[in-house]
Design a protein around this ligand. Structure first.
Ligand code: HEC
Ligand code: HEC
Ligand code: HEC
Ligand code: HEC
Ligand code: HEC
Ligand code: HEC
Ligand code: HEC
Length: 353
């Protein structure tokens, strides 16, 4: 997270694609026009500077599939589109992006203390602490209650709207005014969802349908209600894992789960719970409880964070992809239901009604 925004003047290597190969029908700007580069993991977007503001340029690079696509937030997608003209050059990134990719973005001057997710975003103002280090003058999320601890992450990893309008005529898409130590729900409301409706942000059952919604997902989970926080699984100061997991993949789950654990799964062995051979891709907790269904790029998805098992029934009724037939792509939902009904350790009323 320390490198999401970079100035190509200082870091020319931050720009991943080769502009000499770019299709001029999609990429209508030059390398020299780029004042800031956003992203290094899934996708890269580019900004030019006009006055105190930055504006998005009209193409993005898909890092995973190595290809260009147009970049423009269309009407009917993000809630804020009606408040801006249908033109990137009239959509400053201050209100729509920068508050989540910087420390202390000042809405009056457009200045920041630091681009990127710096220490103070999660530990609160640190000036006093640097002058005189003490536990009393810094926020340590490990000592907060679950709600406040998880809100450390939800301030950025969510879709929502600020509760007040910080500036007339500009719609802000981030929790202006929030800082660690305050209560996020006084500044921010998570994007609403009506059960049964599929929207830009949500599937019909309320599961996230796009990226950057780990917060919206996680607050629905049983684990959150039991005091588990994002940082129970992630160490944001960086680990050798690509997603900063404390332990890779399902080894993370087995820290708290296992055949004899009161947390479940309630089965004599993992295989007996998954009904797949040990070591099979179908035996991996993430495959069934964290499917990759939240879209970040046209054909790239990140993992769901509700940890719910999405049933084949939900696929039939609401087109929410279920893990069984996503992996067994040659089979039908009727097949998956039939198989699940045969799993005697599972409630048929829940998994295959
Ligand atoms: C994205 C949020 C985030 C950022 C950015 C961040 N931290 Fe942390 N930090 C945390 C969380 C969460 C914990 C508690 C981890 C846990 O549960 O043990 C923590 C714990 C710590 C601790 C341990 C405190 C103790 O009492 O043991 C230190 C030291 C620390 N962070 C320093 C830093 C420094 C220095 C930076 C900037 C280079 C930084 N952190 C950036 C979220 C963050
Ligand atoms: C100030 C906004 C902000 C906060 C606060 C924040 N994140 Fe992030 N996070 C980001 C951005 C932006 C990225 C994309 C980083 C990139 O592409 O380099 C990201 C990426 C990540 C990733 C993907 C791996 C990586 O490092 O790129 C994980 C995992 C993650 N964040 C977890 C957390 C957790 C857990 C917390 C709370 C302790 C947290 N984040 C708090 C903005 C934030
Ligand atoms: C509410 C906070 C928030 C806002 C507003 C926001 N982002 Fe992000 N952004 C994040 C977080 C958190 C991530 C990482 C997690 C993810 O993508 O699921 C991220 C990831 C990204 C990435 C991908 C990074 C990578 O390494 O692949 C890009 C590019 C990006 N944002 C650009 C933008 C642009 C452009 C805007 C404004 C139109 C914007 N963001 C608005 C929080 C935010
Ligand atoms: C820090 C400990 C911890 C870790 C790590 C952890 N869990 Fe949990 N999990 C819990 C607790 C506590 C519960 C609630 C148990 C109960 O019902 O009493 C739970 C419950 C669940 C449930 C049941 C949800 C329901 O709807 O009944 C699922 C599924 C689950 N966890 C999946 C996972 C997966 C997948 C991972 C790894 C990515 C994981 N857990 C990692 C502690 C943890
Ligand atoms: C092949 C798919 C699949 C795999 C793999 C899988 N689960 Fe499950 N799990 C399910 C289904 C289906 C349910 C029942 C969901 C319901 O009732 O809503 C479930 C329920 C649970 C529950 C709640 C019920 C209970 O028995 O306590 C927990 C906890 C759980 N799984 C944890 C895990 C963990 C941890 C792993 C990895 C070690 C894992 N699961 C791997 C499909 C799977
Ligand atoms: C129970 C463990 C657990 C908890 C709690 C958890 N995550 Fe994750 N998270 C994971 C796992 C496992 C992955 C997948 C890593 C992989 O694919 O290698 C992941 C992936 C991510 C990613 C990378 C995008 C992707 O899906 O590959 C981000 C960002 C992220 N988590 C943020 C969060 C935030 C923010 C919270 C809290 C709101 C949170 N996570 C809570 C286990 C957890
Ligand atoms: C990530 C991929 C993956 C997921 C998710 C998955 N499976 Fe499988 N499944 C496999 C693989 C690989 C095998 C063959 C090896 C084995 O038996 O583990 C298999 C074998 C099977 C078999 C026996 C062989 C056959 O094709 O008849 C059945 C039945 C089955 N899976 C049902 C399910 C059901 C039901 C679900 C959802 C709860 C599910 N699978 C989820 C990968 C997956």
């Amino acid at each position: 997270m320390a490198n999401v925004v970079r100035d190509p003047g200082e870091h020319p290597d931050a720009i991943i694609p080769d502009f000499s190969q770019a299709d001029p029908a999609i990429v209508k700007f030059r390398r020299e026009d780029i004042a800031l580069v956003y992203g290094s993991k899934w996708k890269q977007r580019y900004f030019k500077k006009v006055g105190k503001d930055y504006f998005p340029l009209g193409a993005q690079w898909d890092i995973v599939h190595r290809k260009w696509s147009p970049y423009f937030v269309r009407a009917g997608t993000d809630w804020w589109t009606p408040f801006y003209p249908a033109d990137n050059a009239q959509r400053p990134t201050g209100p729509t992006c920068d508050g989540c990719h910087s420390v202390n973005y000042d809405i009056a001057t457009g200045t920041v203390t630091e681009w990127n997710v710096g220490c103070e975003r999660c530990h609160g103002p640190g000036g006093d602490h640097v002058r005189q280090p003490s536990r009393a003058n810094i926020v340590n999320p490990a000592r907060l209650d679950t709600v406040a601890a998880t809100d450390t992450c939800i301030q950025c990893h969510s879709q929502g709207r600020p509760l007040t309008k910080p500036e007339p005529g500009r719609a802000y898409d981030w929790p202006v005014g929030f800082q660690m130590g305050r209560r996020l729900s006084d500044y921010w409301q998570l994007e609403e969802h009506t059960l049964g409706e599929t929207s830009f942000t949500h599937f019909a059952d309320g599961t996230a349908h796009k990226n950057r919604m780990q917060g919206n997902d996680f607050v629905q989970s049983v684990m959150y209600r039991h005091g588990v926080a994002c940082q129970s699984c992630h160490d944001v100061h960086g680990t050798s894992n690509n997603a900063d997991l404390i332990k890779p993949g399902s080894r993370m789950c087995l820290e708290c789960h296992g055949p004899n654990s009161p947390n479940g799964p309630h089965a004599p062995t993992i295989e007996a719970h998954s009904h797949h051979k040990a070591g099979s891709s179908g035996d991996d907790c993430l495959a069934c409880h964290m499917p990759k269904i939240a879209q970040t790029m046209p054909d790239d998805f990140v993992r769901s964070h509700t940890f719910r098992f999405i049933t084949p029934e939900l696929t039939e009724r609401f087109h929410i992809p279920n893990p069984c037939t996503s992996c067994h792509a040659d089979r039908t939902t009727a097949w998956a239901k039939q198989e699940l009904r045969g799993w005697r350790d599972r409630s048929p009323w829940r998994v295959a009604p």
